[in-house]
Design a protein around this ligand. Structure first.
Ligand code: NAD
Length: 387
């Protein structure tokens, strides 16, 4: 078997990486730049860390803040229309996955016709053909890996869908952990477990390769080692650095190997109950992994070791059970409710969630254990009860 490996875009990583912004922008000959960010980040002055140097260097900038977490399709349609109407030369996304997903969508669809809905994976009918405007993505959360993937996620009425094409890959990603210091504990926890889930699912994916394995295991090491500190002590520089690298590596891992059952079941939770993406993944992670454990015991033993434990005296089966228990403990330690009940999801919702979960066939296809509708219901039920 062979696979396509993608390591785009050019990336600057590490504390202070933002200082490379201007030298990168120069090569695009842009005059008028659209900055896509969210209103909170503008209010706390974080967006200005990007905008001020651009303005001082003489660039014309426009800050667009009609961005909400888990952006619905309508927000994407509005931004794309605005970008087409206002003739920008390039787009910079500053924020969490929500702002970055919208920025890359705006950059590409600025040079296309039709609605965003026409390009959605499950129901769209149009293909992306053009490269679009140059795009720089600057994450302020350590979670989604959006800065290095070719995916833009949008919330629909009952689930989520994606626009995906290699033209959505940014030209430059700048991953500066200093921009994450202001993340509150709750967002640090949810986005951090999101990144961990990317790495775990990439590692057990049917599309995993030696390349994605290396990325995923290092991401699991960094995140498992530092997430508790990052949540409890947000100003801990080393913990923030580890989380940023962990999220970046996990993004590269899942971009190449794909995600699987946790994400397939998380999308309906986000769509129907507007749970933050990280929370949806976190609450399902131990239950999906517990259910499919038998199909990937060896891989779960490796994950257990990467989480900082030793499986030397354990059988694969024993280590895989312990791995599930440690994943659950980690979610609890960062104060994320470990059951659907804890998120006030009613029991009556489980059937509807199951109906939407089974529709995520492309994602489910990467699960090492095939998941039927009955399996999916059983997993949601276990996650509901918290057992
Ligand atoms: P987010 O972008 O929705 O942000 C969550 C909250 O954190 C917001 O209120 C924001 O204002 C705040 N915030 C962000 N950075 C901050 C900072 N430095 N300090 C203080 N507050 C800050 O959260 P997210 O989890 O990064 O992104 C979620 C979105 O990304 C979802 O729509 C999800 O589906 C999508 N996603 C995309 C990909 C991809 O590959 N494109 C992968 C996974 C998830």
């Amino acid at each position: 078997m062979s696979e396509k490996i993608t390591f785009a875009p050019i990336s600057y990583t590490g504390w202070g990486a933002l200082s490379h912004l201007l030298e990168e922008i120069k090569r695009f000959n842009a005059e008028k730049i659209l900055i896509v960010t969210d209103p909170f980040l503008k209010d706390i002055g974080l967006t200005n860390q990007v905008v001020n140097p651009l303005q001082q260097a003489g660039y014309k900038t426009e800050i667009y803040t009609d961005v909400v977490p888990e952006p619905p399709l309508a927000i994407g349609e509005k931004l794309v229309a605005y970008t087409r109407d206002n003739q920008f030369d390039m787009v910079i996304g500053v924020g969490g996955g929500s702002a970055l997903d919208l920025a890359k969508l705006a950059g590409v669809l600025a040079t296309h016709k039709g609605n965003v809905a026409d390009y959605l994976n499950l129901t769209g009918t149009l293909q992306i053909t053009e490269k679009g405007l140059p795009t720089v993505l600057i994450p302020t959360t350590s979670g989604t890996g959006s800065e290095i993937t070719n995916i833009s996620v949008l919330s629909l009425e009952t689930t989520k869908d994606v626009v995906t094409h290699d033209n959505l890959l940014a030209d430059v990603a700048i991953v500066d952990p200093a921009l994450t210091i202001s993340l509150p504990p709750k967002v640090t926890a949810a986005t951090g477990v999101d990144a961990l889930t990317h790495a775990v699912e990439a590692y057990i994916s049917k599309n995993a390769s030696p390349v994605s394995d290396a990325l995923a295991l290092q991401a699991i090491r960094l995140i498992s080692n530092s997430i508790r500190t990052a949540v409890a002590h947000g100003d801990d520089k080393q913990a923030r650095i580890d989380m940023s690298y962990g999220s970046y590596l996990a993004g590269l891992a899942f971009f190449n190997a794909g995600v699987a059952g946790v994400h397939a079941l998380a999308y309906p939770l986000g769509g129907q109950f507007h749970l933050a993406h990280g929370d949806s993944n976190a609450v399902l992670l131990p239950y999906v992994m517990g259910y499919i454990r038998q199909s990937c015991e060896k891989r779960m033993k490796d994950i257990y070791d990467a989480m900082g434990f030793s499986s030397t005296n354990l059988s694969q089966e024993e280590a895989s059970y312990k791995c599930v228990a440690e994943l659950k403990r980690l979610v609890e330690d960062v104060n994320i409710p470990s059951s659907l009940k804890g998120f006030n999801i009613p029991k009556e919702a489980l059937e509807g969630l199951t109906n939407d979960g089974i529709e995520q066939r492309r994602i489910l296809a990467r699960s090492p254990m095939p998941l039927s509708k009955a399996d999916i219901y059983t997993i949601y039920k276990a996650a509901y009860d918290g057992i």
